[in-house]
Design a protein around this ligand. Structure first.
Ligand code: CAA
Length: 386
């Protein structure tokens, strides 16, 4: 076992850290306050390979491994979680899905523009009445005599929905078959029949635009089917396994930023004649924050390593990804909570980013599978029972 990183992994981490510190961190407060989508920064990330970290160079990406993806995501999330949400969806839900399940034409057409940061990608699974229970979707794609599909229905909570050029869509092609009746499709948002609905006013990750989308007789050509008909649910689940590594990395970045700010604060802030970091009650919190942060990072790196292994040898990394996401997201919530408590009134004030970290951390326990769903996945896989 080797706890070191390769030169390539360190290089992408350095690039991500530089952009995160020079471009993203300085505008994070503005983007959080205004909710403005950070298009310019996303372009810069794309120009530097960070919108397609695991995408091979032939499709416009950086050609790195899943470990490099974790390292880069942590740096971006530590500067601003909203940016890292956009990066994560582009990398792990959009590019990864097409690279794994798409054909050569689809890879050339959809992956390059997204990996280079020229366009934004999205992933449409959730519906107003179907979140954790993903097979309860009602959006329908009906096969026509000419081989095209006619799509009708609504999807909600679509990250980057307001700005996406292409979307990976999951729709029912056979309502009677449940999970096996779902098919994945590629959608071009500039075509007729695609509409954007209300945007979500969110508690955190405010600059990552989120909206409802609707399809009315939207026509999908046969070459826009991703994978085989009826394979959509498995595609969604396996893509979400990768996505959960991204969200775990995001949680670690948020938690690290809160932890580092807290370390600085407890050394400087004095009470009762000494730095508050000298009090045992603060020290216990610092020690627990450090343990949770390190455990989250190690579990997330293990999941990324396992993803790399399954790419070479087959198999799944569902359990490792769920363990990483569950641990890291709950750690991020706990760490940002403690950071806010230690900062006292200053933590509650918008003058410091602590309250933003706290608000941003919460979503990591919700999207790409709630903590309850992660526990269900882990326990089902461990016990073999359901
Ligand atoms: N990889 C491949 N296939 C998988 C799989 C995986 N990880 N997990 C399940 N499958 C397959 C199963 O093997 C099964 O196949 P067969 O029919 O051949 O047996 C099929 O999928 C159905 O599996 P289940 O019976 O386990 O399905 P279920 O209905 O019980 O659901 C679930 C399982 C774990 C609850 C799943 O629905 C789930 O993960 N729900 C959460 C959904 C989610 O994460 N949503 C996030 C929205 S996207 C988002 O948040 C993005 C964003 O904007 C940031």
């Amino acid at each position: 076992m080797d706890f070191g990183f390769s030169d390539e992994q360190l290089m992408i981490q350095d690039v991500a850290r530089r952009i995160a510190q020079e471009k993203i961190a300085p505008s994070a407060e503005h983007h959080d306050r205004t909710g403005e989508f950070p298009l310019e920064n996303i372009r810069t990330l794309g120009e530097n390979g960070l919108m397609g970290i695991e995408v091979p160079a032939e499709y416009g990406g950086a050609g790195m491994d899943p470990i490099a993806y974790v390292l880069a995501m942590v740096e971006i999330a530590a500067a601003d979680a909203a940016h890292s949400t956009i990066v994560s969806v582009n990398n792990s839900l959009f590019c990864n899905g097409i690279l794994t399940f798409g054909n050569e034409e689809q890879k050339q057409l959809y992956v390059r523009a997204i990996a280079e940061g020229r366009e934004i990608g999205a992933f449409a699974l959730t519906e107003p009445q179907s979140g954790s229970d993903a097979t309860a979707m009602r959006c329908k794609a009906t096969l026509q005599d000419d081989g095209t599909y006619l799509v009708n229905g609504k999807k909600s909570w679509i990250t980057s929905g307001p700005v996406a050029k292409y979307i990976v869509l999951f729709a029912m092609t056979d309502m009677d078959k449940g999970a096996r009746g779902i098919t994945a499709f590629m959608v071009d948002t500039e075509r007729e029949g695609f509409h954007r609905g209300k945007t979500e006013p969110k508690m955190g990750i405010r600059a990552s635009a989120t909206c409802e989308i609707e399809f009315t007789d939207y026509v999908i050509k046969p070459e826009e089917v991703l994978g085989a008909e009826g394979e959509g649910f498995k595609i969604a689940m396996s893509v979400l396994d990768a996505g959960r590594i991204g969200i775990a990395s995001q949680a670690i970045g948020i938690a690290r930023a809160a932890y580092e700010a807290t370390l600085e604060y407890v050394r400087e802030r004095k009470a009762f004649g000494q730095p508050i970091g000298a009090f045992q009650m603060t020290q216990a919190k610092i020690a627990d924050m450090k343990c949770k942060l390190d455990a989250s990072l190690l579990l997330t790196l293990r999941a990324a390593w396992k993803k790399g292994e399954t790419e070479k040898h087959g198999g799944r990394f569902s359990t490792e990804a769920a363990v990483a996401k569950l641990t890291a997201s709950e750690a991020a919530m706990w760490i940002t909570h403690q950071a806010l408590q230690i900062h006292g009134g200053m933590g509650y004030s918008k003058e410091l980013p602590i309250e933003r970290y706290f608000r941003d951390a919460k979503i990591t326990e919700i999207y790409e599978g709630t903590s309850e769903i992660q526990r269900l996945v882990i326990a089902r896989n461990e016990t073999g029972l359901r």
